[in-house]
Ligand binder design. Structure first.
Ligand code: AMP
Length: 392
């Protein structure tokens, strides 16, 4: 008998789902509804050996999920109802340090975090409400992107702005990608046989990028901040800029705050620097062909990441391993080698062959006595499914 768990990741204009059979610990199907709210809204559902795509006449989460479930049923992928539904929820503020079963009180708290994540939390709530309507008797669990970082000490999470803003509005660093950092750091520590005591820096490099210092399983510092805009250079997000930039652009370009914020989130990062693309594969290919702005964007990306890794080491008492994950971290030997090159001070000994192969069986891409360098494939959806199963 299969043990179905449905994992939902509801964004502002997309909805992703994964269906797991936890008996086998395998993904039975996954789906992506994209460009929701537009005329091009479409749903693609994939399973081993097949896939189907269709237009979505109605972008409401309830309709998208009903259709997704109909496809799963039709393909005989969902012969029995899910045991539990896991939701990725972006912002849990200071309320949540662990995954929780969703109750009215939890929904209220996720709602109270909306000012901190005005695009994401309403979408997460809409996903939760749509599934509660479809499956009123099935438990739902929320797994928060911020929860793992609630162990940050005050010296790492406070911004140097008037303290009242923290007390009154909880202005502070929260950090994101927590499920991924927690998983890859634990996996790296287990593979190195240092689960009890370790110092690890994980770099999650995908469309969004963040890095995290993990000491003995606890997040000590991370690069993303109150929002996912802070820190590293990302696909279209700037990462750190001088906070004085806002006023400068208002004076020079006549932009209001919304325009600046939109530029920093959607037109910056690798796309803004290269003027070409936010996609790392495209940029690496262009750099290889000699396109200077692509080369420059890659150099800034790698230097900024290295600079942050150096800063994160401040939070560790020992530095055992640097771990790469995410679409870029898992696949780009070029980015990994450039980052390590920028970090010569730590004495990493990258093995070029292992790096080119994205790691050996244990994920190692280095040799020698210094801190190890590893590639660990992240499994955020599976981690959410496991957390949901553990709670019921
Ligand atoms: P994610 O958000 O984790 O799916 O990662 C997406 C990013 O990973 C995009 O920038 C992709 O270009 C990048 N990526 C995926 N495969 C590769 C690869 N083989 N080399 C370089 N970048 C890659």
């Amino acid at each position: 008998m299969s043990q179905n768990i449905l994992v939902i990741n509801a964004g502002s204009s997309s909805l992703k789902f994964s269906l797991f059979d936890m008996k086998q610990q395998t993904e039975t199907a996954s789906g992506l509804a994209e460009r929701l709210g537009s005329d091009e809204a479409a749903l693609t559902v994939k399973w081993p050996g097949g896939q189907t795509s269709q237009a979505l006449p109605d972008s409401a989460y309830g309709s998208v999920l009903t259709l997704s479930i109909a496809v799963l049923t039709q393909q005989q992928l969902l012969e029995r109802l899910p045991l539990v539904i896991g939701h990725r929820v972006v912002h849990g503020g200071e309320f949540f340090t662990d995954p929780v079963i969703i109750t009215d009180a939890v929904i209220d708290r996720i709602r109270r975090c909306i000012p901190l994540a005005p695009l994401h939390n309403p979408a997460n709530l809409a996903g939760i409400e749509a599934l509660a309507a479809l499956y009123p008797d099935i438990a739902q669990v929320a797994v928060f992107d911020t929860a793992f970082h609630q162990s940050l000490p005050a010296k790492a999470f406070l911004y140097a702005v008037p303290y009242r803003l923290y007390e009154q509005h909880q202005v502070r660093r929260y950090g994101f990608h927590g499920v991924s950092h927690q998983y890859v750091a634990a996996e790296a520590a287990a593979r190195l046989g240092i689960s009890a005591q370790h110092g690890i820096i994980s770099a999650h490099l995908g469309n969004g990028c963040s890095a995290c210092a993990v000491a003995n399983g606890q997040s000590m510092d991370t690069t993303m901040g109150m929002t996912p805009l802070e820190g590293l250079v990302m696909g279209t997000r700037s990462g750190d800029v001088d906070p004085g930039l806002h006023q400068f652009l208002q004076q020079q370009e006549g932009w209001d705050l919304d325009t600046v914020t939109n530029m920093l989130n959607k037109e910056s990062g690798m796309l803004g620097l290269s003027g070409l693309s936010n996609d790392m594969r495209t940029l690496e290919a262009a750099a290889n062909e000699g396109v200077e702005r692509a080369q420059l964007a890659l150099a800034v990306f790698c230097f900024r990441l290295a600079r942050h890794i150096g800063g994160l080491a401040t939070s560790l008492r020992q530095f055992d391993a640097l771990v790469f994950t995410g679409g870029i971290g898992e696949n780009s030997g070029f980015i990994r080698s450039k980052v390590v090159e920028n970090l010569a001070i730590f004495g990493f000994a990258l093995d070029p062959d292992l790096n080119a192969q994205n790691g050996n069986a244990g994920g190692l891409i280095s040799t020698g006595p210094g801190p190890r360098v590893m590639v660990v494939n992240t499994k955020e959806e599976l981690m959410i499914a496991r957390a949901a199963l553990a709670l019921i």
